[in-house]
Design a protein around this ligand. Structure first.
Ligand code: HDD
Length: 672
């Protein structure tokens, strides 16, 4: 057995501190005899192991998180008393967890799914949790429907599949009967749900919240995160293949970027508006299926978040972190959004089950970093040892017991309510299609094609014809052309009748800020260029690719037929980052293929090499080749196009690598 030599190793002990003499063998009555019940060391070890797992999150089970800080760059003192939003330059520690929604903790990173974007700010005034998603709207308007939408998307209860996929009957059955979900459906059918990297997603607090100032006046606010690296997505076939090649693609990407010192960063922005302004919006901002277009209320960038430290321990931090939208600080308040109101209850409740005790706030990752004190006592896993006889308030016996402080205590926004009590959905929530239409019509043409393509993919997995038809019927209220494309992709004989909308559908002005392509940045920063090499490759050519890519801010990874690397033309050995079979081109944003004639000849007989270039082409990536590389493209039947460059034209290659070659797509995919 290989044991690390040197170092100062503490004694291995039981949890009671008893030194363990032998960690390899249980206690037996004789060398070949039965194990003795008396073996307290074995029993303690196995018992602890048996209890290692806690219930996983019912949604957002799979996630990854990092530490960092939030820095305010512009004060919002006019609107709020919250110190985190008024103290410019102050760095507040944060812990941010990204997640998929439908899959279990052991599922893969790249299904088509919403991404959770939850930030815990450890402010001086207590913890503030902004528990958002990478999509600014939600499926439903009322928390009452949350268990239904989640049940419908999760694996079907009788068969236990599909895992982490919305492409099945239950989901589309529910959705086709829930018109309020149509706007969200446009978003999740778009490439937003197959992001390239967690560092390239936006985040949204979704609901309207309130900022409350010194005078007690409140202003509505929506919170936004905007990635420094711009938005970027994969294409669906790529996401599917990434899932097989690297199920941990997103968490590895986050881990590696932090390890390399390329710290992920987001701008923090707010949309501020008054009640009077909100009354003029052509929708109700309290309805979580609606967004406020940036063209209507511009974003004001007021801060930034940098993630610069990987957790020490996945379970202790990423798994045990407990977010709750009800955790807010003085100066911020809730709105009446009925979805938010339900969430205010749900999260604390779920944490009690998941973490098993009302003392979960004492776990280091959840504990505020400011002092906290009250008379809550006891309970399972109590870690605190309060002194003295007093555990109540008011009291006259303790000089140092915590007291309420009206001057700094949390103050709710001054609001008054009137109206009829009942289970009544406001009429202002009745328009389910206008913003869905606005979203679809605001997209570029490749993005529209992807939405149609995805709907066809998903509905093709639905067994019940009437569900497919019901969904296409809904689409007709969004956009007739979209409905026709999807109906055609499903080979429906005729377009089903559209359900009558409760209120007329509005033609809202297009909002380009809803695009991904429009929000991509002209940069290679944070991206990865893969270089396929083999024995005999030209070292100078490889170096030229590496230099150009590094200068553009990208990482470079070398892929070779053998993990030990390749022996280059000049006899030197170039080490590899990955072996061809295990590091396909889906791992990269652009590729270069640098091969000798002999190398090209060798790899022409290797399907992993053919797939490497074939997939890069099909996934619309820029490709650079030398003569040998061009030979491999020919073997793979890849035609010349404007996204393929001679390795000598590094400027052209780098410029093209910053985006996808959208014009190539109709030649590689039957888009509906
Ligand atoms: Fe939720 C987890 C985001 C609606 C009930 N939610 C959870 C997480 C995120 C969101 C990011 C994972 C937090 C983490 O990383 O630990 N949820 C949202 C957003 C919503 C939303 C943006 C709509 C705007 N959620 C929502 C509703 C309910 C819940 C309406 C219930 C009424 N959500 C939960 C939960 C979870 C959760 C069951 C599962 C695990 C957890 O809370 O800690 O309570």
């Amino acid at each position: 057995m290989h044991q690390l030599a040197g170092g100062t190793h503490p004694e291995l002990t039981t949890n009671q501190g008893i030194p363990i003499p032998d960690n390899q063998n249980s206690l037996r009555s004789n060398p070949r005899g039965p194990t003795l019940l008396e073996d307290f060391i074995l029993r303690e070890k196995i018992t602890h192991f048996d209890h290692e797992r806690i219930p996983e999150r019912i949604v957002h089970g799979r996630g990854t998180a990092a530490h960092g800080y939030f820095e305010l760059t512009q004060s919002l003192a006019q609107f709020t008393t919250a110190r985190i939003l008024t103290e410019v330059g102050e760095k507040t520690p944060v812990f941010t967890r990204f997640s998929t929604v439908a899959g279990g903790a052991g599922s893969v990173d790249t299904p088509r799914d919403v991404r959770g974007f939850a930030v815990k700010f450890y402010t001086k005034e207590g913890n503030w949790d902004l528990v958002g998603n990478n999509i600014p709207v939600f499926f439903i308007q009322d928390a009452m429907k949350f268990p239904d939408v989640v049940h419908s998307v999760k694996m079907e209860p009788d068969r236990g599949f599909p895992q982490s996929s919305s492409a099945h009957d239950n989901f589309w059955d529910f959705i086709s009967l829930t018109p309020e979900s149509m706007h969200m459906i446009m978003w999740i059918m778009s490439d937003r749900t197959i992001p390239r990297s967690l560092r390239m997603i936006e985040g949204f607090g979704v609901h309207s919240f309130r900022l409350v100032n010194e005078a007690g006046e409140s202003t509505f606010v929506k919170f936004h995160w905007r990635p420094k690296l711009g938005l970027q997505s994969t294409v669906w076939d790529e996401a599917v293949k990434i899932a097989g090649a690297d199920p941990d693609f997103h968490r590895r990407d986050l881990y590696e970027s932090i390890r390399e010192g390329n710290f992920p960063e987001w701008e923090f922005a707010v949309q501020l508006f008054t009640e009077a302004e909100a009354e003029k919006f052509p929708f109700d901002h309290l309805d979580a299926t609606k967004l406020i277009p940036e063209e209507l209320v511009p974003l004001r960038v007021v801060g930034r978040m940098v993630l610069d430290r990987w957790p020490d321990n996945f379970f202790a931090e990423t798994e045990q972190v407990a977010y709750c939208p009800a955790n807010i600080v003085p100066g911020i308040d809730f709105s009446n959004d009925p979805l938010l109101q339900g969430r205010l209850f749900s999260y604390l409740d779920t944490q009690l089950l998941r973490l098993g005790s009302p003392n979960f706030h004492q776990i280091p990752i959840n504990a505020p970093k400011c002092p906290f004190a009250n008379n809550q006592r006891d309970g399972k896993m109590q870690m605190m040892q309060p002194k003295g006889r007093v555990n109540y308030e008011p009291n006259s016996l303790a000089e140092d017991s915590p007291r309420e402080t009206p001057s700094v205590g949390f103050r709710h926004a001054r609001t008054s309510e009137s109206g009829e009590k009942g289970r009544i959905r406001a009429e202002s929530f009745a328009d389910h299609y206008s913003q869905a239409r606005q979203f679809y019509r605001s997209q570029t043409s490749p993005e529209q094609a992807h939405i149609a393509y995805t709907l066809v993919f998903e509905l093709a997995k639905v067994e019940h014809l009437h569900v497919r038809q019901a969904m296409v019927a809904q689409l007709r209220n969004i956009d007739e052309d979209l409905a026709r494309r999807v109906a055609d992709g499903l080979a429906l004989d005729q377009l089903p009748d559209a359900p009558a909308p409760a209120v007329p559908v509005q033609d809202l002005p297009p909002s380009p800020s809803l695009q991904i392509i429009g929000k991509m940045k002209d940069t290679l920063e944070g991206r990865v260029v893969g270089v396929l090499v083999a024995d005999g490759s030209d070292g100078a050519q490889i170096e030229a690719v590496r230099k150009a890519a590094l200068a553009a801010g990208a990482m470079v990874k070398i892929v070779a037929p053998k993990i030990g690397g390749a022996k280059l033309a000049d006899g030197t050995r170039l080490s590899a980052n990955g072996q061809l079979g295990g590091m396909p081109s889906v791992m990269f944003d652009a590729i270069a293929v640098v091969l000798s004639d002999a190398g090209a000849q060798l790899l022409s007989g290797e399907s992993a090499a053919i797939d490497f270039v074939h997939d890069a082409f099909g996934h619309l990536k820029a490709i650079a080749v030398d003569d040998g590389g061009r030979g491999l493209l020919q073997k793979a039947n890849i035609p010349a196009d404007s996204g393929i460059f001679a390795a000598s034209d590094m400027n052209g290659f780098i410029a093209a690598a910053k985006t996808r070659q959208w014009s190539r797509e109709p030649s590689v995919r039957m888009l509906p």
